[in-house]
Design a protein around this ligand. Sequence first.
Ligand code: ATP
Length: 235
Amino acid sequence: MALLELKNIHTYYGGIHALKGLSIHVDQGEIVTLIGSNGAGKSTTLKTICAQTKAKEGKVYFEGKDITTMRTHDIALAGIAHVPEGRRIFPKLTVRENLEMGAFSVTDKAVIDEGIERAFHYFPRLKERIAQKGGTMSGGEQQMLAIARGLMMKPKILMLDEPSMGLAPILVEQIFDIVTELNREGMTILLVEQNANQALSVAHRGYVIQTGEIILKDSAERLLTNPQVREAYLA
Ligand code: ATP
């Protein structure tokens, strides 16, 4: 049984048919990447999984359970963390407050503190900046904070929407190193990326999405050398 499975998903924005019968799955312990160009439907896929945008047709299963009609809040509680595109942290709140917001359902201070300690383990930089306002941090630091916040609830799967966006190459490298480390320690990851080269170098498997449809799926290794992928996404 897959940890997360989407079966024949159709999602619309008014008259725009954004996902056209999309089926993907993520197994426990995998890094799976969804690559594609601007407007292909990558963000919509993640939004559909966490029911921020409702699927009109099709099913989303998590641990074998149909979560298609569950509320976003309950989906998060069930163990799906969504780190949206553009690092939507709270700019006026401090790093600590941002992390605490990530643990929105946790009332036990000891559990929150444990989460913050875990965040510092992956992102030592955040420790130095614990009292700094989120909005004054650099782009890379904000991305780290966004991911750290996603980890606060100890999710079973972490969904990252373009974590490399707008970052200098050295920071992109760091973010992908952390993705690899998280996975090595057991985290299952669904990674949405335009940066196909980087994404495929850390992922186990990949899907290529084009105008709302999966046009290719394979091991990351084979996708990296696939001529069609090379020409369209790795040029
Ligand atoms: P990008 O990398 O540019 O974020 P993407 O692959 O994540 O692209 P989506 O954001 O999922 O693409 O968009 C898929 C399609 O749905 C696009 O045609 C987009 O214009 C459309 N779309 C996305 N959000 C909305 C919205 N809120 N209202 C109307 N159309 C939308």
